[in-house]
Design a protein around this ligand. Structure first.
Ligand SMILES: C[S@@+](CC[C@H](N)C(=O)[O-])C[C@H]1O[C@@H](n2cnc3c(N)ncnc32)[C@H](O)[C@@H]1O
Length: 278
């Protein structure tokens, strides 16, 4: 699962809307890696940035997320790695992968099968930078359609991980995606970040959303609501970034802010991860 295909000439980035949003977390992972004590320690992000023809000054504002977004990515990496340790023959569906190197950060056993999935324009770019191998495939598809799932073996334990996707989907599409996954695959876990309804409403003012033309469509209030909407889904965890064990690496002022947020549910869970079994 290497980055063998990293090019000598920069790859043109012609993404707009929700697809362009992938450049923000990529930039944040590179910033995290430059920190004296990185949380994620993703060395690929910087390398990938150097091979893109894109003006990352447009993403300067996202720099403030370097103190929180890596917490979320790290938690998703740890849940994914734990699932793979328990199920080395698993199939992993990394939805809306963007230019994330999750499969390269995690120690994926040779017996597992990993699919990185994103929209066709993103996959065209990704294919210029990443190399497929026996256990690592890249699929160009909209994850809200059902047809791409036919390419995924349905008889293995499945781990579905989607970072930075759900808020950008319409609610009906998000639910259809979950139903397709639980219908088609044998069983496993689904991990994703979901915003609360109030966060969705203020998202229209968020710089990334305004700058790219993307929009927020789906919010999840009570994680148990999805158990009603998607047969077979069982809520396991609601994880707040305020609870990250890496929060002690923050400067004292940020630690104080996180501490205050922790005591108010709408703030504590404004940006959180949900973990389900199916
Ligand atoms: C904020 S970026 C997150 C990228 C990546 N997960 C990361 O953390 O670096 C959102 C991603 O969702 C993808 N996306 C949005 N709607 C999608 C859909 N219907 N099917 C597949 N990917 C989608 C975009 O193309 C983009 O790569």
């Amino acid at each position: 699962m290497s980055l063998d295909r990293i090019r000598h000439t920069p790859a043109q980035v012609r993404l707009t809307g929700v697809q362009e949003t992938l450049l923000a977390p990529l930039y944040v992972r590179a910033l995290d890696n430059r920190a004296p004590q990185p949380v994620l320690g993703d060395t690929h992000a910087e390398e990938l940035m150097r091979h893109l023809d894109y003006d990352f000054r447009k993403m300067n504002f996202a720099g403030r997320d370097r103190r929180t977004v890596p917490f979320r990515a790290k938690q998703l990496d740890e849940w994914t790695a734990a699932f793979l340790r328990a199920h080395p023959d698993a199939v992993v569906l990394h939805l809306a992968c963007g230019l994330d190197s999750r499969a390269q950060r995690i120690d994926v056993p040779d017996t597992a099968l990993w699919f990185d999935v994103d929209l066709p324009a993103v996959m065209d770019l990704r294919r210029q930078l990443f190399q497929e191998s026996t256990g690592y495939r890249m699929l160009a598809a909209s994850v809200v359609e059902a047809d791409w799932l036919a390419q995924v073996p349905g008889d293995r334990p499945a781990l579905v991980v989607a970072e930075g996707l759900a808020p950008y989907l319409a609610e009906a599409d998000g639910l259809a995606m979950l139903r397709n996954i639980t219908d088609r695959l044998q069983g496993g876990e689904i991990l994703f970040d979901a915003v609360l309804p109030w966060t969705r409403h203020i998202a229209r003012y968020a710089r990334l959303v305004r700058q790219t033309g993307a929009s927020f469509g789906w919010a999840v209030d009570n994680p148990r609501d999805l158990e009603q909407a998607v047969p077979g889904l069982q809520a396991l965890d609601e994880w707040s970034m305020c609870d990250s064990p890496y929060a002690d690496r923050l400067p004292p002022r940020d630690r104080l802010v996180l501490g205050a947020m922790r005591s108010v549910r709408p703030l504590r869970y404004a940006y959180r991860l949900l973990r389900y079994r199916f």
